[in-house]
Design a protein around this ligand. Structure first.
Ligand code: SF4
Ligand code: SF4
Length: 376
């Protein structure tokens, strides 16, 4: 009897603890309509910035570790004696192969075994776009992180946030969608299922990761000038690559229109201070919107962190459920969604390529053969 009672008490305690965790994550336990004092607002801003900073560094260090391991592996492949594992994560940098794998899945119902890791990373990125706006851009993507650093450099150098005039900005923003349309139309309309299967299994695609490394190690003067030009442009016009050219950003912008989690402003609690608009790196007029639906919202929640009235601006699901996610919960959901998809893919065995080390060793010797050119 006493044992049954203590079990009851324990389960009630667990339930209470879970409810309080949920309430803290959603902010349901506080009077959020009261404006924060300056010190508390500063602390909140620091906390949110720190969360995003930690996430960006986490993924950047993982990317560097994957790159370093891949370079070591390629050096071993060149000598013919391979003792370490090839990191599958390197396939994140082969997005076209992932798009072809998507078409292949559509045609055959099976995941191509040539670049499974790249495809699963692609799915993980798409899942974040479908649920959490373009949070991938501002919390995970190393190019997004570099763009943010260059934007900070620009702000310090010029003393303000630079932007293209609206009349030029709008047509320029469509460039990334045109690029995405170009690749998608080639893969989903102009190529047949047989063409796609042939490309995925082509000599080029089977060693595309090694070719990519060689491309960056033996950068042509033209490619070096293009990269340098993009860096300069990203200082003169912050987020130039992400805002105008990145096809991944275009795909995420498109998917993010369906995202249930969006920054939402409660007009009744808003004190019209405009701090959210000033904080937005995407130049969105947050203080005038009720729900930020724009494809340019990168989910950085800088606006939420800047808002002095916690209830006035939150990341929320749509009415009628209207559940808000606090910044910490937002970060955890993103980590679980993106990282969890990759861990699940590894556990399920959808990660390792079917290109063996021996095949890499023999193909790397013949990379100058015309068969290793990009299939037309
Ligand atoms: S500041 Fe707010 S509205 Fe602007 S991009 Fe970040 S999350 Fe979106
Ligand atoms: S929503 Fe924007 S304008 Fe309104 S109180 Fe918050 S920061 Fe100020």
């Amino acid at each position: 009897m006493r044992l049954a009672m203590s079990r009851d008490t324990m389960s009630e305690q667990v339930l209470r603890f879970t409810r309080s965790l949920w309430a803290r994550a959603t902010g349901a336990d506080e009077d959020l309509a009261v404006p924060l004092k300056a010190a508390a607002l500063k602390q909140r801003r620091r906390f949110v910035t720190g969360l995003r900073w930690a996430s960006q560094w986490f993924w950047l260090l993982i990317t560097i570790a994957v790159g370093a391991q891949f370079m070591r592996w390629v050096r071993q492949v060149e000598t013919g004696v391979v003792t370490i594992d090839r990191p599958g994560g390197v396939e994140a940098f082969l997005p076209l192969s992932a798009l072809l794998s998507l078409r292949h899945l559509w045609e055959t119902g099976a995941i191509s075994p040539v670049r499974p890791a790249g495809f699963m990373i692609f799915l993980a990125v798409a899942a974040t776009g479908l649920l959490m706006k373009r949070a991938f851009c501002s919390w995970v993507c190393p190019v997004g992180t570099a763009s943010e650093w260059l934007a900070g450099l620009s702000r310090r150098a010029f003393g303000r946030k630079l932007a293209l005039p609206r009349g030029l900005d709008l047509p320029m923003r469509s460039l990334k969608y045109l690029l995405l349309l170009f690749f998608a139309s080639a893969i989903f309309w102009r190529m047949s299922g047989a063409d796609v299967a042939m490309f995925l299994d082509s000599p080029y695609n089977r060693v595309a990761d090694v070719k990519m490394l060689y491309f960056f190690e033996q950068l042509s003067p033209f490619a070096a000038k293009v990269i340098f030009g993009l860096v300069v442009l990203s200082i003169a016009i912050p987020y130039f690559w992400c805002r105008y050219l990145c096809p991944y950003g275009a795909l995420l912008g498109f998917l993010s229109l369906l995202s249930p989690l969006k920054v939402t402003r409660d007009a009744a609690s808003c004190i019209d201070c405009d701090l959210c608009t000033k904080a937005c790196p995407s130049h969105l007029p947050v203080a005038k919107l009720t729900r930020v639906s724009s494809d340019e919202c990168v989910g950085c929640i800088s606006c939420v962190a800047a808002c002095p009235v916690p209830r006035a601006l939150r990341v929320e699901t749509p009415a009628p459920w209207r559940r808000a996610l606090r910044p910490a919960a937002f970060a955890v959901v993103l980590l679980v969604l993106f990282g969890g998809t990759m861990v699940a893919a590894k556990v399920a065995g959808v990660w390792r390529t079917n290109v063996s080390d021996e095949e890499y060793v023999s193909r790397v010797q013949e990379l100058n053969d015309p068969r290793y050119g990009h299939p037309r």
